[in-house]
Write a protein that binds this ligand. Structure first.
Ligand code: FAD
Length: 292
């Protein structure tokens, strides 16, 4: 059983790192979940010239300095993808691929899903569409699946699925060299268009035709936020928050791109600070209520 954290922060981009720094300065026990590099998104920026006090910097430089600064304050960095957050009576349970964690408060800082969802993705989620090969792979034993991946990490998912499934179509949406060995992985350099099926996934339509599949695994940097926490109120595709970065769920906060536009580093950093201070205040209120 892992320790109970005061604050679990999901996402290690500018928003999550800013929240982690503030929460640690306030003496809280912090878990920072980041499954990839710290903000691959910002690391793609060649020249950032609108972050005050840091003119003309690459996104990679800014991210490295932000991460060095926040991590020097020693939050527990957990290199896992959070699959679900379950609000309980007193604490939150944070479910990752391999392990479960417990925290008194949670801050969502997951960024936004790049691009629009595929047609059919939302309707067929849980009916063949999945964001987690480790969690759902066993349901596709002996079947044919497709993996649409926006980064190299999808190769490990494809390899895992290849051990279980008859065939795995792999659709890389990135340019890095691939390292896929299994005979039953078929690489298709095509653009996915939509997922079709009557109550279960049946076909993946691509730029070059269609594939008959039983499942489609989509591996992105950030999944749609509504899948992370059941009952979370949204404002369009973003998480609805007030000025204290509170969501509709007690003890759950959100900050950065996932709360809406403008998608900018300054906004993410500012909101991360506010979310952490709000979580700290909430923890103090809970402690005084328990003592009274
Ligand atoms: C090419 C490009 C250029 C840009 N240029 C500028 C610019 O010049 N100026 C500017 O201000 N902004 C710029 N931006 C926007 C800026 O990058 C974002 O606004 C900023 O990174 C948002 O920070 P964030 O922390 O909210 O989200 P992100 O930076 O997206 O970070 C979210 C993090 O959460 C992690 N994560 C997501 N889901 C999970 C999960 N379930 N479990 C664990 N970890 C998870 C991701 O891996 C990621 O590291 C640019 C963006 C791009 C793509």
């Amino acid at each position: 059983m892992n320790d109970i954290y005061d604050i679990a922060i999901i996402g290690g981009g500018p928003a999550g790192l800013s929240a982690a720094l503030t929460a640690r300065i306030r003496g809280k026990k912090v878990a920072l979940f980041e499954h990839l590099d710290f903000s691959r998104k910002l690391q793609r920026a060649h020249d950032v010239d609108n972050y005050l006090g840091m003119p003309h910097r690459t996104g990679t430089d800014i991210m490295r300095e932000m991460a060095d600064h926040a991590l020097a304050h020693e939050p527990d960095v957990i290199r896992e993808k959070v699959i679900s957050v379950f609000p309980g009576k007193k604490n939150f349970t944070i479910a990752c691929k391999e392990e479960m964690y417990t925290a008194r408060t949670v801050i969502l800082a997951t960024g936004v899903t790049s691009g629009a969802l595929f047609e059919g993705e939302k309707d067929l989620l849980g009916k063949g569409v999945s964001y987690c090969a480790t969690c759902d792979g066993m349901f596709f034993r002996g079947k044919t699946v497709a993996v649409i991946s926006y980064g190299k990490e999808g190769e490990a998912d494809a390899a895992y699925l290849a051990d279980l499934c008859k065939e795995v179509y792999y659709l890389p949406q990135y340019r890095d060299e691939m390292n896929l060995r299994a005979d039953n992985i078929i690489v298709e350099n095509v653009m996915p268009r939509r997922i079709e099926g009557q109550n279960k996934t049946e076909k993946l339509i691509t730029s070059k035709g269609e594939m008959h599949v039983d499942g489609v695994f989509i591996i992105r940097e950030s999944d749609p936020v509504e899948n992370l926490v059941r009952g979370l109120s949204l404002d369009g595709t973003h998480i609805a928050v007030d000025r204290q970065m509170r969501t509709n769920i007690n003890g759950l906060y959100a900050c950065g791109d996932c709360t809406g536009k403008p998608y900018q580093v300054s906004k993410a950093v500012g909101e991360g600070l506010v979310a952490a201070l709000s979580a700290v205040e909430y923890l103090h209120e809970q402690a005084s209520t328990a003592e009274a």
